[in-house]
Design a protein around this ligand. Structure first.
Ligand code: FAD
Ligand code: 2HG
Ligand code: ZN
Length: 475
């Protein structure tokens, strides 16, 4: 059935209205537009209706109606995704299912170190709720004030603390999911051990709204670090930086929580386009790292970091370093690191490569990828930064702001091929933390083995036989 037919659309609208009430429907064209483009205004589409359920039961009834009508559904959280996964297509037939009204913290269990939250809860709200009971929820992204835990789970988001605490997948113990036909799977178990068959939870995590709607989750909590210390370092090449990571791990073990890298060009981009930023170090360094350590004990952390950096200096791994001595200095360092995302759209149009590699392969990969990219375009503006601590690079290429859509499409195709070929050659992944969405769907098909693709299609077919869940995304 196509929703472009106004009569059919109105019938569905009436039935959805009966389920969620007027507060749960956005039908006005102006108000709908906020749900039809992403946060960075890169992806644009049109929806038939935006529906905002307030409970799991309402979500289930909405899905049942859409399943019966074969109406495509695009689930949306904070709409901060970087791969176009939450944006409807241009047909005007798709329903956007916004989860932001389901934002309750259902239960906190400090003794079990767990928290049960609804999918639309903002990541920052969850972090605060953990802090309120003297616990720590470690997922941390530049978008944490706007993204939802449902979106984090659906994309298996990464961020800056994966090195110590893992991806979102590692932080979830249980899920509640509404299936495409409206059935509810209650898997809200706060258990560290549960071997009762296939792992359904992990199938929904990272499925980007293509298999079901995540409505709630049980999250892991951790002891709250009482002390933090950080440093900004400059070094001459990426190989030295990777060995610095090895040295930091040897010296600080699991007190090392973040090891973020940015090239000289990435730093310059921030200095040029983000106000109130200045380079923490004098002179030019080919690569910079922002390193953070944390502990539940208050003493000795700065000394540990300082000793490790002295070792790195003595062995010529780094050229210069500065400790973040105050909270203001720490915030200034992080403002630079997190400013790269804001700086890129101000400076041009980015072709994004969100890639993962074995950490040992990073130095050779970066050399080969720079060479290959310059082979496509000698003057290419490479913005290379990322979460080196977990092997995730954002190996982006910045095109001039006035590049036409056709020229962008052509350049994306050519740069993707050389970069992603090298990633696959190094046993890496072409999609590390932002999701496949519509951005990398064709790339996924290009690189996945027929066996893996077939297994994914079988899962999709058995859970979503009417193919209503986020069509055109991921698979
Ligand atoms: P949305 O953008 O709304 O949706 C993302 C995908 O999840 C879509 O496919 C959607 O259909 C699906 N989805 C959303 N909610 C549900 C649900 N309840 N059930 C089923 N499917 C659902 N990402 C990182 O991993 N690491 C970073 O460091 C990082 N930094 C960022 C910095 C900035 C400034 C910005 C703008 C984004 C950044 N991101 C980062 C990307 C983004 O914030 C994450 O992908 C985030 O997890 C998306 O959450 P969201 O609630 O906004 O989801
Ligand atoms: C980050 O690490 C985000 O800052 C965004 O994942 C990356 O803008 C990007 O490409
Ligand atoms: Zn990132």
């Amino acid at each position: 059935m196509t929703q472009s037919n106004p009569n059919l659309r109105n019938t569905l609208l009436d039935r959805l209205l009966a389920v969620v009430g007027p507060a749960g429907i956005v039908a006005d064209a102006d108000q709908k537009s906020a749900y039809e483009s992403d946060w960075l205004k890169k992806w644009h589409g049109r929806s038939s209706i935006v529906v905002r359920p307030a409970t799991t039961q309402q979500t289930a009834e909405v899905m049942k109606l859409c399943h019966e009508n074969r109406t495509p559904v695009v689930t949306q959280g904070g709409n901060t995704g970087m791969s176009g996964g939450a944006t409807p297509d241009a047909s005007g037939d798709q329903v956007v299912l916004s989860m932001t009204r389901m934002n309750a913290i259902r239960q906190v269990d400090p003794l079990n170190n767990t928290m049960t939250v609804e999918a639309g809860a903002l990541l920052a709200t969850i972090q605060q709720a953990a802090e309120d009971v003297n616990r720590y929820f470690p997922l941390s992204l530049g978008s944490e004030g706007s993204c939802t835990i449902g979106g984090n789970l659906a994309t298996n988001a990464g961020g800056i603390a994966v090195l110590r605490y893992g991806n979102t997948r590692e932080l979830a113990l249980g899920l509640e999911v509404v299936l495409p036909d409206g059935r509810i799977w209650n898997g809200l178990r706060g258990l560290r051990k549960d071997n009762t068959g296939y792992d359904l939870r992990d199938m929904f995590i990272g499925s980007e709204g293509t298999l079901g709607v995540i409505t709630a989750a049980v999250l892991k909590l951790f002891p709250r670090p009482k002390a933090r210390a950080c440093a900004w370092v400059g070094t001459h090449d990426i190989r030295a930086l990777v060995h610095l990571l090895e040295l930091m791990q040897a010296n600080c073990a699991d007190r090392l929580v973040a090891f973020e890298m940015m090239s000289a060009e990435s730093l310059q981009l921030v200095l040029d386009h983000v106000t109130d930023t200045r380079s923490p170090l004098e002179g030019r360094h080919a690569y910079h790292a922002l390193i953070e350590v944390a502990d539940t004990r208050e003493t000795g952390l700065s000394d540990m970091l300082q000793d490790a950096l002295q070792d790195a200096m003595d062995t010529n791994l780094i050229d210069d370093a500065v400790l973040g001595a105050s909270l203001a200095q720490r915030q200034a360092f992080w403002k630079i690191r997190e400013g790269i995302s804001q700086a890129q759209p101000r400076a041009g149009k980015a072709i994004k490569h969100d890639i993962a590699l074995p950490i040992s392969a990073l130095p050779d990969f970066v050399g080969a990828a720079e060479h290959a990219v310059r082979g496509v375009q000698a003057s290419a503006h490479i913005v290379n930064f990322g979460h080196v601590g977990d092997g995730n690079l954002h190996f982006n290429i910045l095109m001039p702001s006035d590049t036409s859509a056709e020229a962008m499409a052509d350049a994306t195709q050519r740069f993707n091929r050389v970069v992603h070929d090298l990633v696959v050659e190094a046993n890496g992944s072409i999609s590390a933390e932002h999701g496949v969405g519509q951005l990398r769907r064709d790339e996924l098909r290009h690189y996945k083995s027929p066996v893996e693709l077939n297994l994914m299609l079988l899962v999709k077919q058995s859970l979503d036989p009417n193919h209503i869940m986020n069509p055109g995304k991921l698979i």
